[in-house]
Design a protein around this ligand. Structure first.
Ligand SMILES: Nc1ncnc2c1ncn2[C@@H]1O[C@H](COP(=O)(O)OP(=O)(O)O)[C@@H](O)[C@H]1O
Ligand SMILES: [Mg+2]
Length: 212
């Protein structure tokens, strides 16, 4: 079982959105997955309440419970656990980084987002965790995206796909769906599938940047 934690202090960067749609994409790719929600804002639980399908399972977890929950999950049949975190530097975020096999840092191509993940990155380094950035809510094409991608690629690993700002992401969540369920043939779905494939490939012997 592998744990993937979506983390960065910046609220609104897309932790919950990517966590949900990546979990659904992983499930569609044939994996058994669950989602742990450490954010009292409860975006994921709220999504699950609107959802018709029974899976993936969603559980709200406090920071103090995470170690025990992870131990039980390791003895279970889940292939991947997706962990959503709050948008602040909190015990929950730290515990979720500690539990992670991979930390995904969503980042909009804005100066504020590009600055805001630094404390998160420091914690990831301290705990010597593997991580990847994901550029999210990008315009389809812009020099801003190129500049941001260049900057992030210097700091760590960046997938070969950016997640463009598309209404499908917002509409899917409102319907209790992942974006690949909401509009399977849309571009948002294609980008999320590519991102999941990129993450899945990382477990197949290709190394991710490991914080030194
Ligand atoms: N790629 C995207 N395209 C369009 N809207 C997005 C995208 N990613 C996130 N959003 C929207 O941005 C808002 C914040 O995203 P959210 O996942 O809740 O961020 P966080 O969990 O980091 O606070 C939500 O309204 C969400 O629907
Ligand atoms: Mg959130």
């Amino acid at each position: 079982m592998k744990a993937i934690t979506f983390v960065t202090q910046k609220g609104g960067s897309g932790k919950s959105t990517l966590c949900i749609s990546m979990a659904v994409a992983a499930q569609e790719a044939g994996h058994s997955v669950c989602i742990l929600e450490m954010d009292r804002q409860a975006t994921v639980s709220d999504w699950a309440e609107h959802r018709e399908a029974q899976s993936p399972e969603v559980a709200q977890v406090e920071a103090s419970q995470l170690d025990d929950v992870m131990e039980r999950l390791r003895a279970s049949d889940f292939d991947f656990v997706f962990i959503d975190t709050p948008g602040v530097d909190s015990p929950g975020s730290l515990a979720a980084i500690r539990a992670a096999d991979l930390c995904v840092i969503p980042c909009r191509p804005t100066p504020a987002d590009l600055r805001a993940f630094r404390p998160t990155l420091a914690a990831i380094y301290r705990l010597e965790k593997r991580f990847a950035f994901v550029l999210n809510q990008t315009p389809p094409r812009s020099y801003r995206v190129r500049d941001a991608a260049d900057g992030l690629a210097v700091l760590g690993i960046l997938p070969d796909v950016n997640i463009v700002m598309r209404n499908d992401h917002q509409d899917a969540l409102g319907m209790g769906q992942g974006v690949t369920e909401y509009n399977p043939t849309g571009q948002a779905a294609a980008e999320i599938r590519r991102l999941w494939a990129w993450v899945a490939r990382r477990w197949q012997g290709v190394s991710l940047v490991q914080a030194a």
